[in-house]
Design a protein. Sequence first.
Length: 89
Amino acid sequence: MRVLITIALLLFTSPAWATDIPDADSHGAQLFTSYCSACHSLPHPKRLDWPHWRSMLHVMQQRMHERGVAEPSKEAWRQIAGYLKSHAR
Ligand code: HEC
């Protein structure tokens, strides 16, 4: 029984990275988490200031295109950008 409880706790507690970023439950954060950890570990929003994020997002869009991975919709990009903008350095 104790083993089952331990397994349940491991399964249902959030992974460390999910609680590591600000406002992790927001829609923007969830899109950011799912699209931006496909090729590398999730960068922290405080890593860059907004002007650098803005140009980085263009580069990442190119990388996604080059590698043929799923790209966010226009609306999803807007939400990711909005999330990064409000939590940037
Ligand atoms: C298709 C794969 C891919 C996806 C998806 C992707 N990246 Fe990247 N990312 C890269 C590659 C490759 C690099 C290395 C630098 C380069 O090639 O420009 C990189 C580098 C970075 C860096 C610089 C790394 C550093 O150490 O500072 C940041 C910041 C970054 N990505 C953010 C993002 C964000 C934000 C998203 C989501 C919108 C994202 N990435 C999604 C491939 C990807």
